[in-house]
Design a protein. Sequence first.
Length: 489
Amino acid sequence: MSINTKKTFVLAQGFPNHKVRRFQDGFLFGTSTAAYQVEGAWNEDGKGESFWDYRFHVLINQTHPPGDVACNSYHYYKRDVEMLRELGVDVYRFSISWPRILPGGFRTIKNEAGLQYYDNLIDELLKYNIQPMVTMYHFDTPMALQHLGGWSNPSFVDWFVDYARVLFDRYASKVKYWTTLNQPDTTCEINNKANYVLKNATGATDYLCTKHVLLAHARTYRMYEKKYKKKYGGSVGMSTAVNWVEPFTNSSEDVEAAERYKEFTYGIFFDPIWSKNGDFPKLVKDRVAKKSKEQGLVRSRLPSLSKEEIKLIKGSSDFLGLNHYTTYLITPSEIKHKVPSFIDDANFNKKRTRDEWTKSHSSWLSMTPEGLYKVCLLLNKRYDYPPILITENGWSTDTGLQDPSRSKYIQHYLNSLLLAIEEGTKVIGYIHWSLMDNVQWMEGTSERFGLYEVDFDSPERTRTARESSLVYKRIIQKRIIEEGWKPEK
Ligand code: PNW
């Protein structure tokens, strides 16, 4: 039977030939979390304030925001590792809280208790043969640096590299997988209404941030390459959000809007690193330059990259970290946005979905597994088969231990990934978001992404396995997907 589904990937057709297809030896299975979303202990043992602490306490003025305690992993990390052992994963992706280690942001004052916490977590993982994978930055900028403009300040690049060096010096002998940043598009707020950074000049600070993120990432990569790689042999990448997009209709307006979406949200980060010539995509450069001129500016709001910068950034990743969740249908923007702004430049609206798509507990997330296959093929074509690591992929539900929709999501997305592998995609591994329910930023704890449920009313934040954790465990054990497999009651 032919299993070539290049053009005809239809979910309803099920799992062609699934019994003979398995994940290759050495393929890494894992789960993912992030510091602010799970650690809690927001002001304990010398930790500094992060932007997210400030955001909830000061900007929103909440008395006990959920992130103050979150899953209390700062105190219960051993339970987290126990769950990882139950699942049988190869790797655990977690992030380090910059202000827990450098309370004021700069490397002048180090917080030994914070450094020790991550040593303890890493050692506990290694004790059970689980590879730690560290995300250096998952949105929680030290507030001291946010007050100085955060990512829009060019000096932030130096500050980040200084911080990265503290991490390498301390942990490089034990940690082999590193990502510099999680989701630069979210960090720079170019593709997200959630306002992750404080900002006052739309259409300018977001592009400054974009450039600085790329420089911080590339300089960190080069530092590892030069000083640590020979000795420790690890790999360094970045995690970028790439959802699949399709034009809502085949009208030229929708088709062009979908193109703009791709260039402005992932091309802008991938081209400089992965394309042959480096630099930002032409469409983005041209459009922002044209609009800037129309707006009476003497130079483009998109900063240029010098020859040296292009060279520095090009090739600065050992793997392409992919956070993939869903598919969006794109039209041009239907409302008039502030001018200038990223969204006015990019001009798309991404919130449309089809009625027949299964919906999650998050407004932006529906079940469209073929999107993962299509994203892989697009990246193969555009960047000549880069090594891909799925650093996030996950599904939200309400509370409750029975979560058939999550089991189905995992099975179908992994099946889609297997099909992409058959087409030649190089995939290093798959890391599920998330190990357990956690703080979904502005949504608090209302959207549950966990393989384990967390009881946010109990002091120890009791974790209980959901049904889907057994489905995932079985896949990890067998290295194949058995459609519809369910644990016995
Ligand atoms: C990720 N989208 O963000 C983050 O990395 C996690 O911290 C977060 O908990 C997880 O998704 C689930 O929400 C995303 O619009 C933000 O497609 C936006 C999108 C996807 C992921």
